[in-house]
Design a protein around this ligand. Structure first.
Ligand SMILES: Cc1cc2nc3c(=O)[nH]c(=O)nc-3n(C[C@H](O)[C@H](O)[C@H](O)COP(=O)(O)OP(=O)(O)OC[C@H]3O[C@@H](n4cnc5c(N)ncnc54)[C@H](O)[C@@H]3O)c2cc1C
Length: 380
């Protein structure tokens, strides 16, 4: 056992921390207010190698481990979860999925541009009638010999309007159930592919969430990822890693709110002393600190298991379930510690509280994580 971070990990943490303070913090309130996508910031993150962190350098990635990725996710999420979700989707769901399962030609054509941040990607599984129950896919990809004809609607797609490359899950053979599902690479601008209006959201308002419509979109067979029928497995395996990234995002939101609350509690005076000197406030800070430490250990352990080539399905579900709960609890307490100031935008904690909520919903709700965890412990 070695709980210390390497020099390289410490450098990544500092680089992400500096980027968050210098590039994400300015304008974060305004972007949230206006639901403005952090386009310039994402471009810079791509140039610095944060959009293909775990991708091999031969595909223009940074060739780093999962631990590096979660460290960066925590730091970016402390300040701007709308930007960090772009980092998460591009790294875990798009680049990782392509590197693990796509053909060499697909990697050369798509992954090289996604990992460098030249373009960004989207992962399209959810539908109006298929969220938690992802096997109920209504989107169809009908086999026409050398191509598929794609029809249907996806919703809640992160990077929906800004992406260039979309990994779309669709049903080819209904008879075969989830074994009849395929994952297809769809390009923006393909005839029949329409992007719906942007969602007006509670949190991560700077991120770009859209529904997508496919009307007889012709997708060449060479754009299918893996063998015929591999699509559902592709989605589940990719999401298993994605959960570690979202757990790290939740960790960052919690830690960001805690740091703000700690600072504020040492500055704000009530009844003739700094509020940190009131035990009720000090105990809140102690609880937050303990929970965040526990979450960080869960997130790092899951990342480590992935890097060791071990199975990380259970540890990823545990990390996401607990991290997202702690993000919610901690941000609510951070607002409380700020009193009235916590309720206005200038102090950042109300935004972190709104942003925290999504971590209990996307990439598998908390209830779905409990299904994964309970199945695993009950089968032993
Ligand atoms: C901002 C945002 C971004 C998103 N980005 C993406 C994206 O990029 N790509 C993508 O594919 N999807 C994305 N999603 C979709 C997200 O993954 C789904 O919203 C989520 O999986 C839940 O599905 P649902 O909304 O259909 O809820 P439902 O599945 O309808 O669930 C409703 C409630 O019922 C509970 N529930 C459902 N089934 C069970 C069960 N068996 N046992 C107990 N409780 C259950 C759920 O936990 C939830 O509380 C995004 C969503 C949002 C809001």
């Amino acid at each position: 056992m070695d709980f210390s971070l390497s020099e390289e990990h410490l450098m990544i943490r500092q680089a992400a921390r500096d980027f968050a303070q210098n590039e994400l913090l300015p304008g974060v309130i305004e972007r949230d207010d206006a639901q403005k996508f952090p386009a310039e910031q994402i471009k810079k993150l791509g140039e610095l190698g944060f959009l293909g962190m775990m991708t091999d350098t031969k595909y223009n990635g940074s060739g780093m481990d999962t631990l590096s990725y979660v460290i960066a996710m925590e730091e970016l999420s402390k300040v701007d979860a709308s930007a960090s979700v772009v980092v998460s989707v591009n790294n875990s769901l798009v680049c990782w999925g392509l590197e693990a399962f796509a053909s060499e030609e697909q990697k050369q054509k798509y992954l090289t541009r996604l990992a460098s941040g030249e373009v960004i990607g989207a992962f399209c599984l959810s539908e109006p009638e298929a969220g938690s129950d992802a096997t109920s896919q209504k989107t169809t990809a009908i086999d026409k010999g050398d191509h598929y004809i794609l029809n249907g609607t996806k919703n809640w797609i992160t990077n929906g309007g800004t992406a260039d490359t979309y990994l779309v899950i669709a049903q080819t053979d209904k008879e075969k159930g989830h074994k009849g599902i395929n994952a297809l690479i769809v390009e923006k601008g393909m005839p029949g592919f329409e992007i719906g209006p942007k969602e007006n959201k509670l949190g991560i308002r700077g991120s770009d969430t859209h529904s997508l419509n496919f009307n007889d979109v012709k997708i060449p067979k060479e754009n299918r990822i893996g063998e015929d029928g591999f699509g559902f497995k592709f989605a589940m395996k990719t999401l298993a890693g994605g959960r570690i990234g979202i757990a790290a995002q939740a960790l960052g939101i919690a830690a960001g709110a805690y740091e703000l609350a700690l600072k504020y509690s040492k500055e704000r005076k009530a009844f003739g002393t700094e509020i940190a000197n009131h035990q009720a406030i000090a105990f809140k800070l102690a609880d937050m600190h303990v929970q965040i430490e526990a979450v960080r250990n869960l997130v790092y352990k899951s990342a480590w298991e992935k890097d060791q080539g071990l199975n990380y399905d259970l540890s990823g579900a545990i990390a996401k379930l607990y991290a997202s709960k702690v993000a919610m609890d901690t941000t609510i307490e951070a607002v409380q510690i700020h009193g009235g100031n916590g309720f206005v935008k200038d102090y950042h904690v109300e935004r972190l509280m709104r942003d925290a909520k999504i971590t209990q919903i996307y990439e598998g709700t908390s209830e779905i994580q409990k299904i994964v965890i309970s199945r695993s412990i009950l089968k032993d």
